[in-house]
Ligand binder design. Sequence first.
Ligand code: MRU
Length: 359
Amino acid sequence: MQQAVKPVIAGSFSALAWQDNTLRLLDQRLLPAREVYVECTDAAQVATAIVDMQVRGAPAIGIAGAYGIALQARVIATSMDWAASLAESFELLEAARPTAINLSWALKMMRDRLARLPSDADVPARLLEAARSIHQSDHEANLAMGRLGMQLIRNHHKTPQNLLTHCNTGALATGGYGTALGVVRAAHEAGLVDTLFIDETRPWLQGSRLTAWEMERAGINACVHVDAAAGHLMKTREITWVIVGADRIAANGDVINKIGTYALSILAMHHGLRFMVVAPSSSIDMALESGDDVEVEERCAAELFTLGNQSIDAGIPAFNPVFDVTPADLIDVIVTEKGIVERPDTKKLADLMSHRHLH
Ligand code: MRU
């Protein structure tokens, strides 16, 4: 059983932290009302935290998965065949949430690390190092993307601008700082943000609960609206950019992200706004030819039929897909830590991933 532990110090938080040989996760189901950390000590607890969305956001899920393997290695302590001993945990974690490619990416990094270790290696210690390095590189990638995205915003207009975002792509969803919200943070630091408009992001409210909470702590001027207000806002508030993250990017540049992203891209095109996707290269799935080939995760009807503690179930079924696919031709630019790709397509993404990309 996971245990709830003490609240975080006001003003600072980390969605994931390794401490005293446990993984501490800030329980994102309880924010913003309560800041409670849960402790995980094995892979199964981490898998449950991912399924239950105590930890969420593509990069954060990947990092949690990596720590899950490190935890399980500590539980096993010694083994004659580590790959066999950890096989079940790899499977369990991999199945926890299907859409975010970062989870299978991070688990593959852990598998590869394990396969390369010499036979006399201290496996639990080496796997912990590998998980920490995945965590650290994600944080660094966020900072790099923040700078690149901020420059795009500055190139567009030198003055403070109104931006619009969807879901939560901040420090809560990553190894720290954020992807799309990292760009917003960097743009804010450069004096380029007037107001960040935040889609509430039905039904789980990542926008109104999590992004709003992060922006308040960061002192960034922000305002929440219902998802259905986005078109009206674009028409009336001189928004320059829609900035979102990704759970997976296909080889042709199609972006799989939180349900509602596709609709925003169409609205942005109609209103002449620029559309930026910010994601680390670990979100790019070169094995996925196009977004049409991805199986979109659906979650339970209860997420739609519960309002606070009240049931609003009228007795008919619900359709609750949690991601959608935005076609590459509706995207102005993809920002990664390796560089930016304007008007993405298969060739440009292949160049980026093979380091031939220049920006
Ligand atoms: O269901 P969630 O909250 O895990 O979905 C998160 C998103 O869709 C994010 O936009 C995406 O994971 C990128 S987070 C940096």
